[in-house]
Design a binder for this molecule. Sequence first.
Ligand code: ARG
Length: 579
Amino acid sequence: MTSIPFVKGSDFEHNKLDIFRNIVSHEIAKLSEKSPEEVYNLLETPKNSEHGDIAIAIPRLRIKGNPAEIAQSWVEKFVPNEYVISATAIGHFLNFKISHPLLAKILLQHIYDAKEKYGSNNSASGKTALIEFSSPNIAKPFHAGHLRSTIIGNFMGNVLEANGWKTIRMNYLGDWGKQYGLLAIGFEKYGSEEELLKDPIKHLYEVYVKINKDVETDKDVDDKARAYFKNMEEGDQTAIALWDKFRNLSIKKYKETYARLNINFDVYSGESQVSNKSMLDALALLKEKNLTQESQGAIIVDLKKYKLDVAVLQKTDGTTLYITRDVGAAIERYEKYKFDAMYYVVASQQDLHLKQLFKILELMGFDWVDRCKHINFGMVQGMSTRKGTAVFLDDILEQTKEVMHEVMKQNEKKYEQIEDPDMVADVIGMSAVMIQDMSAKRIRNYTFNWTRMFSFEGDTGPYIQYAHARLCSIQRNCGLSINPDAKIELLSEKPALELIDMISQYPDVVKSALYTLEPCTIVTYAMKLSHTVSVALETLWVMGAEREIAEARLLMYWASRITLGNSLKLLGLKPLERM
Ligand code: ARG
């Protein structure tokens, strides 16, 4: 057998297509006198698969001569081997065909060994990324923006891990500011210990709504709130103790709800956790660098020359603001984690805020600001039209489950066969919401579509889950076990070749998601894979086929199931085995 040449930047241990690309790179390197690395980076996949599997546009090599003639002369010089079986020239493109039976053999063997690791790589070799996401505000609604941040942020964490990053998942709660002084005052008036223990998130919200009403009619309340918050900022023991209690009870409840989504945070931080010292140090440094100005007793940083308006860092009464806490938090995080990257998964309404934050950090001289990135996203419309009551994450999940349950009941016969309809409705419901959210580029606004997203046809979460469940049922019902040595070369039909081809691309897709930082990169792939699976299932059956063919098909479907399952998990979804 030809030994596989190494090419820097490639990874044939995790990506079996790289075996073929590396061989092609070396061949072209010899002919063009370029380095294999240069060639590797120029390789493409032909748009039309009839043309071949790997291609290179000769002009991109930047060598002298007529590209079409060069392509033709290299075709003549190319010596086929067991991996790359032919070369053809089409215009200025040089195309190569690879041995599909060999790819299938190598690929399925690899998936059999890698299983849930299939698609992952360790290219980041242990670099650390901090991902801050979800970050709801205590005593306030968990709105669509928080839901999107939760879904996208968790995905970001998964993708980074799949590419070898160490991750720190952080929830930065909105839990500080004058409004929390208001909440404390409200609790004195309207609070109930019992209700607080029963459902802290809901109760604090009720209290907050009531006291906010009072503010409208009674100006005193506002002054009291301001004074209370000043006490909190000055570290008043009683004020802080009450606040800690609200916060801890809320976190406990949040944890339960996130668990339903399989989301775990490594750190529950929050605005209240930023130390006074780091904020005062930051202010002192800004002052020392002549970056601050006083304006009617407040301290501001003028960012107008960067077209970023003005940032107020300290109010007249000496208290801090949202941005002050973010400056302090970023510095603390860098000191503590020395992250190689930090991602803020926050709605695009806060574009200006984050730009100001990054600019201030830059002006302060922190070069690690280059490692910070705002992962922004557009708005969702019409999320709570159904009942108009979705205020908390819990409600959103409950409502989704209910609707899904109704949809499932429409097919009575099938419904009767489901063992745990409640769990199934819960998971498919979440899949519906999450796939809808991640189907388009993050920045696009979209309208929550209560009908379309639950459909089992079209580009939906239920459709992908259904494809996965079908693959599981084939395995359960065929009476055969998975044989990694099955004669995969027997699979010569077009739908089989296309399916194997599709599976082989998964490691590429995982890698590219790290560059696009777009969940739709994975959703699009999962959708195409599901579609390719269902085309294959129309004609290529396991049951009833001759033993050797049945085993080969089973291995192929099993590998499809692993791949589809891995992509669902990457998106943050639990793959369903039955539905
Ligand atoms: N709690 C904020 C909100 O609900 C989001 C926090 C975003 N993160 C940050 N570091 N500012 O709007």
